[in-house]
Design a protein around this ligand. Structure first.
Ligand code: C2O
Ligand code: CU
Length: 465
């Protein structure tokens, strides 16, 4: 549907127009750098073998027309970054900086942290990323459509103290729901939304099908993988080269360990140190082993004469400054993930899937409807908390918390406990305790990153005051 600004303004006035946003953080950033211009726009791009897909959604840099994958945005830990979102779509949008612990007013959640950015309008984001690592950016409005049609880019936050690699490869993994002629089909099926989520029909890596990417023979390559699909959980393995896992969800692992198989769900990232094959032309294959048929995600092809490097040459990445919770004083908060009886959902400026199927602590909330709901809990600024998350469903749920990172303390389903994270892939019937310090004030949403689950009720928020 075409939305006009007027329709939206009338819409928001009817909600009471009580939202006063924005100026604070931007105004306080004294020396803000020149913003990168990120223009949300349509493009026609060949994704499937069947033809050009009309009207994918993408971000262009510096206001130029753009086709294909949104740019990889590079920032520096501890240095101010600025971006101006320009909306050239035909519906409202915003940008959420997934995993970045930044000020609440920059978090990109309409109705909660900022106003909608209507077609033709702009919004300025200014923040200083506190952590280095691999993150991503995407809208927080009509997300099944907007992320599903391509608005999902990788953020690399560099740290000058990171060990040097011979090359870097960034992989953005996602599927597309395309039918005949490469045209978009319905983004979901309600019966799948009430189960594990609806899968795409075309699988891509950097908007290509099974690309071959070159790297220096015998060299050490940092491979940053982001799972930006709205549904798919991957089980990654590499054949033909040795690799170590060096970071998960942006945060360094305390001791890098050899990559065997690793699961990443929607919203999650993994950083690998890959030792490229020894001789020119040799390939290593990154594959997905989840499901009945393994398939190749990308092939890394060695070029040039061997650099003769050794995986042991890579020192662990320096840790990010994430506060450790004080478990002796931490308050415990149960978080129950359940299926609910099906309800009709109310319409939303940011799109509604029409139903609710899921709930957090028995409250089904799609997250971006104007209906106000109470926070799951009010957290005291600076205090420690333990979330006791119970997945009372037979499906996996990648649960993402905005603005605060947490550490997994216990789980009835896993032996390896990863470094602090912003997204935990809860396995079916998993019960996990995660600890955090509520050190970032504001309203922070928590939701499943299988977008159909998020948009059909598996969303809530904490208020940190
Ligand atoms: Cu990656 Cu609330 O989102
Ligand atoms: Cu879910």
């Amino acid at each position: 549907p075409m939305f006009s600004r007027r329709t939206f303004l009338q819409g928001s006035a009817a909600l009471g127009g009580a939202f006063a946003f924005g100026a604070g953080v931007a105004a306080r950033a004294v020396a803000s750098p020149d913003p990168q211009i990120l223009t949300a726009q349509f493009a026609d791009v060949r994704i499937s073998a069947d033809g050009v897909t009309p009207k994918i959604m993408t971000y262009g840099l510096d206001d130029a027309p753009h086709g294909g994958m949104p740019p990889v945005l590079r920032m520096r830990k501890g240095e101010a970054y600025a971006a101006r979102l320009v909306n050239r779509l035909d519906e409202p949008t915003t940008i959420h900086w997934h995993g970045l612990r930044i000020a609440n007013a920059m978090d990109g959640v309409p109705e909660i942290t900022q106003p909608y950015v209507y077609p033709g309008d702009t919004f300025d984001y200014v923040f200083t990323p506190p952590d280095a690592g691999t993150f991503w950016y995407h809208p927080h409005c009509n997300t099944l459509t907007q992320i599903g049609r391509g608005l999902a880019g990788v953020v690399v936050v560099e740290n000058p103290e990171d060990p040097a690699f011979d090359a870097e490869i960034v992989l953005n993994l996602r599927d597309w729901r395309l039918g005949a002629g490469g045209k978009f089909i319905d983004p979901f099926k309600p019966r799948d939304a009430a189960r594990g989520g609806t899968y795409g029909t075309v699988r891509t890596t950097n908007w290509q099908r099974q690309p071959t990417i070159e790297g220096p023979a015998g060299g050490l390559v940092r491979v940053r993988v982001a799972a930006t699909d709205v549904t798919r959980i991957y089980t990654l393995a590499l054949e033909g080269a040795a690799a170590k896992v060096i970071a998960l969800d942006g945060n360094p692992v305390e001791g890098p360990f050899p990559l065997d198989r690793i699961d990443i769900g929607p919203g999650q990232r993994v950083d690998l140190a890959v030792r490229m094959p020894e001789s020119e032309g040799q390939g290593a294959m990154l594959s997905n082993f989840r499901g009945s048929q393994p398939w190749t995600i990308a092939t890394f092809r060695a070029t040039g004469t061997s650099l003769k490097r050794d995986l042991r040459d890579i020192a662990p990445l320096p840790a990010n400054p994430i506060a450790e919770a004080d478990l002796s004083t931490a308050k415990r908060i149960p978080i129950d993930l359940t299926a609910t009886a099906e309800h009709k959902a109310t319409a939303s400026i940011c799109g509604s899937l029409g139903y609710t199927f899921w709930a957090i602590n028995k409250v089904p909330w799609p997250g971006d409807t104007p209906d106000p709901i109470a926070p799951i809990e009010e957290l005291k600024l600076g205090r420690s908390y333990v979330l006791q998350i119970s997945n009372r469903t037979p499906h996996a749920h990648p649960i993402h918390l905005h603005g605060l990172s947490f550490r997994i303390l216990t789980s009835n389903k896993r032996s390896f406990l990863p470094p602090p994270t912003d997204t935990i892939l809860l396995l079916p019937d998993e019960q996990a305790e995660v600890a955090l310090v509520a050190d970032n004030p504001g309203d922070w949403v928590i939701h499943c990153h299988i977008i159909e689950h998020q948009k059909t009720g598996m969303t809530g928020y904490f208020k940190v005051v």
